[in-house]
Design a binder for this molecule. Structure first.
Ligand code: UGA
Length: 430
């Protein structure tokens, strides 16, 4: 099927590439000329394992092309995916201006029936709003479908190719048929619902996962006060199949471009509909506090930290991505610098992205050992394997003072203590 995908960010690009790989003829469209030129040469604008190879393969097979011209790209396309950004806007609500601009352009350029598919994360009622905007300039038949995306950064290719489920929100039989054809080679349950339910499934899923994280972070707080260990507690809880072992890792809270934004947006949707979403309000509050928790631990060991040297391991909001949006590293480093600490930051791939968010005093290192050399403390922000697999004896040799603040619980506190480190985890028993 000929398919156009508008927007080549995480969602649009990986979706477009995935559909091409499944045999559709896909054109990906973006207004950013430089990005499109690079993509035409097979260069991905984002770091995502496996993506470059698939782009190159599908360009060669003529299944995938890139363009800046929306009008000609949607010509003849049976399906048009909208995968542009929905950043946080006023009062926490999602800013839909990019989605609406694309909808307007589609309405101006469409020549025959198409299904317009909302992949971007949008508030309930947006499918209808998009349809209204298209109708302003196009008065023949078309359908708007809500088809939310559940991919994780760092796992985007495998999540798109092998999703747990595909959610399709539509009331139209014609659109349902086209959606079935698009996803016929995806081996997973297809959930057909109304557009409103589909839109809410996306927010509810992210909010629920965020709730699991804030919940275990609160349990970690209790663990610290009663002498329990949160790793042991989450293992014991997670073996109950009704609970599951995923998203029960305590640490510095959730970051990234999705959970913080989507939890705030869902809270705002509830407010606007005169519903007080009490649990979600607490989830957000707990997460905000969690990001600052490590400061209290640092202050206890270093009441005066002026002139101290800190190695900060990890700048990305999570491993396997170079994304630093809402990463706890950013505010922590600013806070340390503000207190006169010399910060040496280390990350396998996120240094370039982090630089523009951080004060100029920060020094950057590729090697965690070099960053830690002669330092007074190591603060672990991201649970990269790179750090988990560190040679602890060598680390001990190079460190000046043996303080470890482990914001992701990557080390075993008992082992660290035996090795002579002054170890601080989140909710751990030493
Ligand atoms: C998240 C969802 O997992 C995807 O399903 C969804 O499609 C995506 O948002 C989106 O809406 O676009 P992502 O933001 O890539 O994906 O990251 P996750 O892997 O879900 O992690 C989010 C944050 O939670 C990270 O900061 C991670 O460190 C933190 N986390 C995760 C924990 O603190 N504890 C855990 O147990 C798990």
């Amino acid at each position: 099927m000929k398919i156009a995908v508008i927007g080549t960010g995480y969602v649009g690009l990986v979706q477009g590439v995935g559909l091409a790989e499944k045999g559709h003829e896909v054109v990906c469209v973006d207004i950013d000329k430089e990005k499109i030129e690079k993509l035409k040469q097979g260069i991905s604008p984002i770091y995502e394992p496996g993506l470059d190879e698939l782009i190159e393969k599908n360009i060669k097979a003529k299944q995938l092309s890139f363009s800046t011209d929306l009008a000609s790209s949607i010509n003849g396309a049976k399906a048009i995916f909208i995968g542009v950004g929905t950043p946080q806007g006023e009062g926490g609500a999602a800013d839909l201006s990019y989605v609406y601009t694309v909808a307007r352009e589609i309405g101006e350029s469409m020549k025959e029936y198409s299904v317009i598919i909302n992949k971007s994360t949008v508030p309930v009622g947006s499918a209808k709003k998009v349809a209204d905007i298209i109708k302003e300039n196009y008065d023949n038949e078309f359908d708007v479908v809500s088809n939310p995306e559940f991919l994780r950064e760092g796992m985007a290719v495998s999540d798109v190719m092998n999703p747990d489920r595909v959610v399709i929100g539509t009331n139209s039989k014609t659109a349902k048929k086209i959606m079935e054809e698009i996803y016929k080679d995806f081996d997973c349950p297809k959930v057909f619902v109304t557009p409103e339910s589909a839109e809410l499934i996306k927010y509810a899923s992210n909010a629920f996962l965020a709730t699991k994280i804030s919940f275990i972070n609160e349990i970690a707080g209790i663990c610290e006060r009663v002498g329990a260990d949160v790793k042991e507690v989450s293992e014991g809880m997670g073996l109950d199949k009704r609970i599951g072992d995923k998203f029960l890792e305590a640490g510095l809270g959730y970051g990234g471009s999705c959970f913080p934004k989507d939890t705030r947006a869902l809270h705002q949707i509830a407010n606007l509909n005169n519903y007080e979403f009490k649990i979600l309000k607490s989830v957000i509050e707990v997460n905000n506090n969690q990001k600052r928790l490590i400061r209290e631990k640092i202050k206890k060991t270093f009441p005066d930290m002026r002139g101290k040297i800190f190695a900060v391991w990890g700048l990305a909001f999570k491993p396997d991505t170079d994304d630093v949006r809402e990463s706890p590293a950013i505010n922590l480093i600013r806070w340390l610098i503000g207190r006169g600490v010399k910060v040496r930051a280390c990350d396998p791939i996120a240094i370039e992205n982090a630089k523009s968010h951080l004060p100029h005093e920060v020094e950057y290192f590729d090697s965690p050992y070099d960053a830690a050399s002669g330092a007074d403390a190591v603060v672990v922000i991201t649970d990269w394997n790179h750090f988990k697999e560190i040679d602890k004896n060598l680390l001990k040799e190079v460190l000046g003072e043996h303080n470890i603040f482990d914001g992701r619980n990557i080390f075993d506190p008992r082992e660290m203590k035996e090795l002579g480190f002054n170890y601080h985890g989140i909710g751990r028993r030493v």
